[in-house]
Design a binder for this molecule. Structure first.
Ligand code: PMV
Length: 334
């Protein structure tokens, strides 16, 4: 049996504007997805969490199986999935699952387990599962951990880690991926607050597209998010948490004006703000999650929960994909 885990992510700066070429910054969180694999000699079919695996419901698993065993020559596998990344909340649970699955499959095939290869293959699997539309930010952040910046051009001030290209029909999309080292004081945490309402990424993206088509003058807001993201990156690199928080709140104000916040998000953001350095929605909005940068994490969690949100504390720099030892207790995988 083999076991691997990979973290979820949240977007610190730049959601929506990244669709129009501005940089977006994501970081790994301490919630992880865990995958266990075992060769299944007793049964004819692959199994998932005790039942027969229906590949049409799990296209990313089918994609990986076809990539790794193109001739189909492999005995069925038994897959067990656990994890603490909430699903459909903009925290990258699907990407974390694909990344952990690739690493577990690499281990099972006795190949070198590589975070880079896991990031690349899991992005292709996510794109296949989502009909060719996945950006590589979730899978790259989950595979490598730490801070990842996605942009349509090479950002000179950052460590360029590579280029990703996806073919969607006649259209080719190219992204540049970067990482950077952030100076985060030990007393500073992210608190993630979940509204429990599932926002639809495609609907939110379409809403912004419609607004910009009808009011092209509002592209200045997209550019404003880009400058805020660059300011945020600089503040993270120099460890200026006050400035990071200020940039987060500024980013939120622009997102709200673009119409992608929601009354539930606003309620949690308002509750978290007094105990935080900065607050914003994270991901596509319309529901999903908000984040707070805080030196008073328990107080911030309490304030969010008082308003009916579910909240958890995440330290920064959670590690990327890793192989778990089989003797490790469940709770050793945070
Ligand atoms: O909801 P999430 O975490 O998948 O974030 C979507 C981010 C957007 O910028 C809104 C869309 C995109 O494809 O980048």
């Amino acid at each position: 049996m083999v076991k691997a885990s990979a973290p979820g992510k949240c977007i610190l700066f730049g959601e929506h504007a990244v669709v129009y070429g501005q940089p977006a910054v994501a970081c790994s969180i301490n919630q992880r997805m865990v995958v266990e694999l075992e060769e299944e000699h007793k049964f004819e079919s692959w199994r998932l969490d005790g039942g027969i695996l229906n590949f049409s419901k799990h296209p990313h698993i089918r994609f990986l199986k076809d990539q790794l065993w193109p001739d189909g020559e492999h005995s069925p596998l038994k897959i067990r999935i656990r994890g603490t990344v909430p699903t459909a909340s903009g925290l990258g649970s699907s990407a974390a699952l694909s990344v952990a699955l690739v690493a577990a499959l690499q281990q099972l095939k006795k190949e070198k387990v590589s975070a880079e290869a896991a990031g690349l293959l899991s992005h292709q699997a996510e794109a296949f599962a989502q009909g060719g539309k996945a950006s590589p930010i979730d899978t790259t952040t989950s595979a490598l951990g730490g801070f990842i910046v996605l942009s349509d051009k090479v950002e000179e001030a950052l460590d360029h880690i590579g280029e990703r290209t996806l073919q969607q029909g006649d259209e080719t999309t190219t992204w540049q991926l970067h990482s950077f080292q952030a100076e985060i004081p030990e007393d500073t945490f992210l608190v993630i607050g979940n509204t429990g309402v599932h926002g639809s990424t495609s609907k939110q993206v379409a809403k912004v597209a419609k607004l910009l088509a009808e009011h092209p003058e509002r592209y200045v807001e997209i550019e404003a998010i880009g400058s805020i993201a660059r300011k945020g990156i600089e503040a993270l690199r120099t460890g200026n948490m006050k400035l990071v928080g200020k940039a987060m709140t500024e980013n939120h104000i622009v997102l709200r004006s673009l119409g992608v916040s929601s009354p539930d998000l606003e309620k949690l953001i308002k509750a978290a703000a007094p105990s935080s350095l900065g607050v914003k929605l994270t991901g596509s909005g319309g529901g999903g999650c908000m984040i707070a940068l805080t030196k008073n994490p328990e107080q911030t969690v309490g304030a969010i929960e008082m308003e009916g949100g579910r909240a958890f504390i995440s330290p920064f720099n959670s590690p990327g994909v890793r192989i778990e030892t089989l003797s490790s207790q469940d709770d050793s995988v945070q």
